[in-house]
Design a binder for this molecule. Structure first.
Ligand SMILES: O=C(O)CCC(=O)C(=O)O
Length: 254
């Protein structure tokens, strides 16, 4: 499916499954502009970031970036991608009312060492009521089973929030504790993507990614939008952020 030609089919599939893959959302030139600005962000902005806004595989090697949350806060170019143009347009179309752009994050799985992302529901991290939000996950490389594509439990966005517990995965501190039931496994589907494809998911869907077992990179950007109807429990969110930051510092991980 392609945007905007298949806008109604994209919405129908997103509503039914909780995710949808939009092919060639960005053309090669736009993907190159995103990669170029990512490189600029890494060389110019990363050295001055607070500890919770850059996660390294090993903090003694600052070339090995694993995740960059809150890029829109630190850089006007990425803020513009989040707030202007086709990304917020498709987010609004799918959420079905006005939206509040939240965040841009870089998700990297380095060749051969990129770890799996535990099964989780984004809404658990967002602290929203009602939990109306989505992520636009833009592939910057070709992504498949071998280098860490998305796996979704189709339809799980309609089955409520599962219990989450603390994981040891830097950047994904919470995971579904009882993941792996017959229903989970039967409904799990993988979403392979080419560079420039947009993989979209509802904040309630259970999803995970595998390790990067290949010699290829697996880079992606996640753009998050909330519905204007959703209210954030800012106190709970800030409290968790502070607790986690303290724990990660004490463990020497950031
Ligand atoms: O890129 C990944 O490995 C996971 C990203 C993710 O879970 C998300 O964007 O919600």
């Amino acid at each position: 499916m392609h945007w905007p030609k298949d806008r109604e089919a994209i919405r129908a599939s997103y509503n039914a499954q909780g995710f949808v893959v939009v092919k060639q959302f960005c053309q090669e030139q736009q993907v190159q502009a995103l990669r170029k600005n990512l490189d600029r962000y890494i060389s110019d902005i990363v050295p001055g970031l607070p500890a919770m806004d850059v996660f390294f595989e090993d903090k003694s090697d600052q070339h090995q970036i694993r995740q960059l949350p809150r890029m829109g806060l630190h850089d006007p170019w990425f803020h513009d991608q989040l707030t202007i143009g086709p990304l917020p347009q498709i987010a609004e179309h799918l959420i079905g009312c006005s939206i509040v752009p939240q965040d841009v994050s870089y998700f990297n799985k380095l060749a051969e060492i990129g770890e799996p992302t535990p099964p989780h529901q984004d809404g658990f991290y967002f602290h929203l009521a009602p939990c109306e939000a989505l992520t636009l996950w833009l592939a910057l490389d070709d992504v498949d089973e071998e280098n860490g594509c998305m796996h979704y439990v189709a339809g799980s966005h309609q089955r409520g929030m599962r219990n989450h517990g603390r994981t040891q995965v830097l950047g994904f501190s919470q995971g579904v504790v009882d993941y792996g039931s017959d229903e989970d496994r039967a409904n799990e589907v993988s979403a392979c993507a080419s560079a420039g494809d947009l993989v979209i998911h509802d904040a309630m869907i259970i999803h995970r990614t595998g390790a990067n077992q290949s010699s290829r990179s697996r880079r992606a950007l996640g753009f998050v939008y909330y519905s204007s109807r959703a209210e954030t429990d800012t106190a709970a969110k800030a409290q968790y952020h502070e607790k986690l930051s303290g724990e990660l510092k004490a463990e020497g991980r950031i």
